[in-house]
Design a binder for this molecule. Structure first.
Ligand code: ADP
Ligand code: MG
Length: 325
């Protein structure tokens, strides 16, 4: 029978087909003759304990000219999660009430029939900023998490130059680099913690951030590609969303070591496809919700055929499906 893959993502008309990783997966699954279905998190349903989604059939194509459509929507229907072979949970952060509710709705699938990629339980557990502290603290820079202003101020006095991060931020949002004697420090901490009510992360500033923030792509816990994001001269942040430039990178022995350490923990939570952020050989973030950069890596390295990262991901999923009872 023809396979069916459901892609849960942000509205398809809002994505950039030349950079979006979910779209890149869709292109590959379509080329394999798989039936692609599309929906957003608002389309998930639970009825008497059974999970469903209101979906649209979708055809995708990489536009060759400016303004050309990258998708075409077809028939609408309601499908049971259990009638899909694979469900890609690819909603972009923030991980907020809506995101968490979607993960909880996705829990109602029969894991003997259907793979949810990444697993919704894993997505709930592995906060992208915090989880590394539980499973790989030795590979992280010095880090303190607290909502207490005094604790944070003392930590910054000790560390000198620090990065402040909201725990549920993404794409560089809310990231601040501060010196210990900056007169804005206390006020910045008040803003980010909501006057001492919300924990934030305060992290040692890694000087290698000027050279770039490496994105290391892990598939099944193994590194399959890397890319360096280099910040602009006028910004501390390297995220591509805020003007960081994508450059070619390599997978180093440190990257291999970090991946080897994380692999069992990732696989135990069904976190098959993950993007590590690495600066100066240290993990600064473990992206599990909707990691990206695959198209950029393939283009920079001129990858073809089986080397292409979307091909590798879809091949990996084939292996997972073969192993199902
Ligand atoms: N410890 C650090 N030292 C220096 N720069 C950092 C550090 N952590 C993050 N950054 C900078 O901030 C950017 C965003 O940080 P990150 O933790 O990846 O959060 P997110 O990408 O979710 O916003 C990084 O791309 C990097 O440029
Ligand atoms: Mg990041």
């Amino acid at each position: 029978m023809q396979r069916r893959y459901l892609y849960i993502m942000d509205p398809i008309n809002s994505i950039n087909p030349r950079t979006d990783t979910t779209f890149y997966f869709m292109l590959e699954s379509q080329s394999r003759g798989i039936e692609n279905l599309f929906c957003t998190i608002e389309d998930l349903i639970n009825c008497d304990g059974k999970g469903f989604a209101s979906v649209e059939h979708i055809q995708v194509s990489m536009p060759t000219n400016e303004g050309e459509a990258h998708f075409h929507l077809g028939k609408k229907e309601t499908v049971a999660f259990d009638d899909c072979d694979v469900i890609f949970m690819r909603k972009d952060p923030p991980v907020d009430e809506r995101f968490l509710a979607a993960c909880m709705l996705l829990d109602c699938h029969n894991s003997h029939n259907t793979i949810v990629f990444n697993n919704p339980k894993g997505l709930r557990i592995a906060n992208e900023k915090l989880w590394g502290l539980h499973v790989a603290a030795q590979y992280m820079p010095k880090t303190v998490v607290s909502s207490n202003l005094q604790v944070l101020i003392e930590a910054s006095q000790h560390l000198g130059r620090v990065v402040l991060k909201p725990l549920f931020g993404s794409g560089g949002g809310g990231i601040l680099v501060m010196e210990k004697d900056d007169r804005n420090l206390r006020s910045a901490l008040e803003l980010l913690t909501g006057n001492g009510k919300k924990p934030i992360m305060l992290q040692q500033y890694l000087p290698g951030a000027r050279q770039g923030d490496k994105r290391l792509i892990l598939l099944g816990g193994k590194p399959i590609g890397a890319l360096l994001r280099v910040p602009g001269a006028d910004d501390h942040r390297a995220n591509l969303h805020v003007g960081g430039e994508a450059q070619k990178s390599q997978i180093t022995s440190t990257d291999e070591e970090i991946a080897k350490h994380l692999a069992p923990q990732l696989l135990a939570l069904g976190l098959h496809f993950v993007g590590l952020d690495i600066i100066d050989g240290k993990i600064t973030e473990i992206n599990v919700t909707s990691p990206t950069c695959l198209q950029e890596i393939d283009r920079l390295e001129n990858r073809q055929g089986k080397d292409k990262l979307n091909v590798q991901v879809l091949d990996y999923i084939d292996q997972l499906l073969l192993r199902m009872p």
